[in-house]
Design a protein around this ligand. Sequence first.
Ligand code: CA
Ligand code: CA
Ligand code: CA
Ligand code: CA
Length: 318
Amino acid sequence: MTRSVPLFCAVTLFMGACGSSDPGKPSGDGPSGADSAGDSDTGSDVCVPPEPFDVAGCLEIEEFDPNAAGRWPNVERRQFNENGREQSRDTRGGEEPNTERICRTEWDGDRILSEQCSGVSIYRYEYVYSADGFLESSSYDAASDGVLDKIWTYSTDAAGNVLEAAIDDDADGVIDAVQTFAWDADGNQVEETWDYTYDGVVNFRREYIWTEGLLVQELEDSDGDGTNDVEIVYEYDELNRILRVERFEAGSTTAAETSTWTYVGCALDTKVTFDAGGNRVTRSYWTDDLGRVVYEQEDFDTDGTPDRIWATEWICPS
Ligand SMILES: [Ca+2]
Ligand SMILES: [Ca+2]
Ligand SMILES: [Ca+2]
Ligand SMILES: [Ca+2]
């Protein structure tokens, strides 16, 4: 699915769900009808991935129940345009009114032009492109009052990848910080640096290591002293679905946090995250026949009872 994230965010991972759901969930029932595979599944783990689901023209409605009490107070609605780009995102906070937000996004084909949000916070982002279509600058206008509050100016390579972002944090015309990015020949981001004070000294560096198009390792030097402070290792299955992510900190060989994913057939089944302190969070997923996750539940206190639940409905042009 396409989202209006900053253009040079880290890669999108994890969405391996691609088929019908399975009945072999832990106790705790999904919504009626969501478990479309029925109860006679043999547990076969064969998956032939279907075509990616096309979100063009779709409305996605996600309800969230932060207490798993069946009251569903929070709702987020996302409308996708004819190109599958998110054109609106409205969040009703329910019992968390401080999360309420209404956002509208404008596109020129695949290029985001602006995002305007109101609700609990009001702001506007705008993006400007060169004649060859490359990102040239962007701006943040807090309060959406026409007075810009932060400005990014970009330089790009011949492929349009952003190499440098010069950041004017207070829109006074003087650069305050610089970010740099490096890319490999396949267009994968391989490095990101921050110079927080624009004094030429790198304060933060992260490397991305790729194998056959998959991100397999991240190395982060959080304080720019030349020694890595965080290492993240990614593992995939033969279908390139994420299986395991381990996060190591401060040179320790014991993972500070580990996440593992399981699948049944094509469908994402569970994600389990645990930390070195023994805390464990289990998420279980139900998918529909198009491979879309339509129900999720999370048990974060390891008592086997869901603590938070999500339900998603897709309304698409037929
Ligand atoms: Ca402003
Ligand atoms: Ca400035
Ligand atoms: Ca360091
Ligand atoms: Ca629980």
